[in-house]
Design a protein around this ligand. Sequence first.
Ligand code: DX5
Ligand code: ZN
Length: 216
Amino acid sequence: MIKIAPSILSADFAALGDEIAKVEPVADLLHVDVMDGHFVPNLTIGPVVVEAMRRRTQLPLDVHLMIQHPDRHIAAFAKAGATSLTVHAEVCPHLHRTLQQIRELGVKAGVALNPSTSLHAVEQVLDEVDLVLVLSVNPGFSGQSFIPFVLKKVEEMRRWLKDASSHPELEVDGGIKLDNCRDIARAGASILVAGSAIFGTPDPRAAVMEMREQLQ
Ligand code: DX5
Ligand code: ZN
């Protein structure tokens, strides 16, 4: 069954515990967007917030690192209680080593690709990852529109993953709404991240349930 990961980037940060409680009974995991103002233009949160979330919920914390030097921070995020740590292929010259280091910390290892990055950037490491994250917006902000050509990338990555020994999840992130979630699932996604489509609505729990209905 396809998993839904609400992205807290669209939540009310002044009431984060309450926002988590709203989706906790219906979400499969919580997506946490970490931004450094270098790799992406925005700044968000660090390990202290992940640690506070870990104390608040049992849900897996799916931490998406949109940062220039992930190697410097993976240990801190692992200690804070991240369930998975996803690094961008674009900023990892030694991607294989970085992914191994994440796994050595006892955390699931993910690799992410911007919309304009070729799937070939991760071709050699597919047996070493628990998750491939295909960005369907240029990362940095929630509330952007899904970039249509990414659908073909998702289809192709799904074909590639059939042979990957570690059977990674295929996560798609950005611009996912009620009206396109089925197409993205059909293309082969196993996890859908949604920010504004969930926390941008008056009833985030109902929004998750509605998305799940669409996916049936
Ligand atoms: C984009 C982030 C996403 C973002 C998605 O930079 O990686 O996780 O929160 O937000 P929506 O669903 O509103 O595009
Ligand atoms: Zn994200």
